[in-house]
Design a protein around this ligand. Structure first.
Ligand SMILES: Nc1nc2c(c(=O)[nH]1)N[C@H]1C(S)=C(S)[C@@H](COP(=O)(O)O)O[C@H]1N2
Ligand SMILES: [Mo]
Length: 199
C-alpha cells in the first residue's frame, strides 16, 4: 500500500492561530440550510463540469480510488466558533487535475452540493494543497449531518465554503455568488481579514 500523504494546514502553525473575532470550542456544531439528505453511495456520482476539455462523471468507487491524503486543519465558522486540530482524510483537490484537463480561462470553481447548494471559490484557493474532499474526520467516517459521503474542506477560508454532500464541481471564467454568498456572506471569506459579510 502507498503511504498516505500527510499535510499540515499552514494556519495551524501561526503563533496566534485564532483569527480576529473568533472563540475556541471543542464541540463540532452542525450548521446548514435545509434537511440532511440521505444519500445512497451506489447512486452517488461526482461530476466535473464547465471549463474542462471533457466533462466527467465518476462513481463513488471511482472517486474514492483516487489517491488519498490526510490533512490537519482548524475550522473557523463565520458565526465565530473555531475548532482546532481536525484530522481529515480524503481526496486532494489536486487529484482533479490528473483526471480532467482544465481550460486556461477557468478562474473560479463552483462546488455543488445535494439539493442545489453551491459555493464559489477562486481556482487558486480551491487548489491549495490543504484542500480536500473529505471522507473521514478524526478517524471516523463522516456522519450524514457533517456531509457524508463526501464534503469539501477549505481550511484557510470560513467554513461555509466547505460544502457538505458534494456532488460535483464546475469551472468558470467569472465569479458568481453561491447559496450563502447570495444571502449576504462574503464572496471570498478569508477569516484573517474578517471577510464575513458583503464584499
Ligand atoms: N450542502 C451544504 N453545505 C454546507 C452548508 C449548507 O447549507 N449546505 N452550510 C455551510 C456552513 S454555513 C457551515 S458553517 C458548515 C458547517 O459544517 P458542519 O455542520 O459540519 O459543522 O457547512 C457548510 N456547508
Ligand atoms: Mo456557517
Amino acid at each position: 500500500m502507498n503511504e498516505i500523504k500527510r499535510i499540515i494546514s499552514p494556519d495551524t502553525q501561526r503563533e496566534d492561530r485564532l483569527p480576529p473575532g473568533q472563540r475556541l470550542t471543542d464541540k463540532w456544531p452542525v450548521l446548514h440550510h435545509g434537511k440532511v439528505p440521505s444519500i445512497d453511495i451506489k447512486k452517488w456520482t461526482f461530476t466535473i463540469a464547465g471549463l474542462v476539455e471533457a466533462e466527467r462523471t465518476l462513481t463513488y468507487d471511482e472517486f474514492t480510488a483516487l489517491p488519498q491524503v490526510e490533512v490537519v486543519s482548524d475550522i473557523h465558522c463565520v458565526t465565530t466558533w473555531s475548532r482546532y486540530n481536525n484530522v481529515w482524510e480524503g481526496i486532494s483537490t489536486s487529484a482533479i487535475k490528473d483526471i480532467v484537463k482544465i481550460k486556461p480561462e477557468a478562474k473560479y470553481v463552483f462546488v455543488l452540493g445535494e439539493g442545489g447548494f453551491t459555493t464559489n471559490l477562486p481556482i487558486e484557493d480551491f487548489f491549495q494543497p490543504d484542500v480536500l474532499f473529505a471522507l473521514k474526520h478524526d478517524g471516523q467516517p463522516l456522519t450524514a449531518e457533517h456531509g457524508a459521503p463526501v464534503r469539501l474542506v477549505v481550511p484557510r477560508l470560513y467554513f461555509w465554503k466547505s460544502a457538505k454532500w458534494v456532488t460535483g464541481i464546475k469551472f468558470a471564467a467569472k465569479d458568481e455568488p453561491g447559496f450563502w454568498e447570495r444571502a449576504g456572506y462574503h464572496m471570498h471569506g478569508d477569516p484573517w481579514r474578517e471577510e464575513r459579510y458583503g464584499g
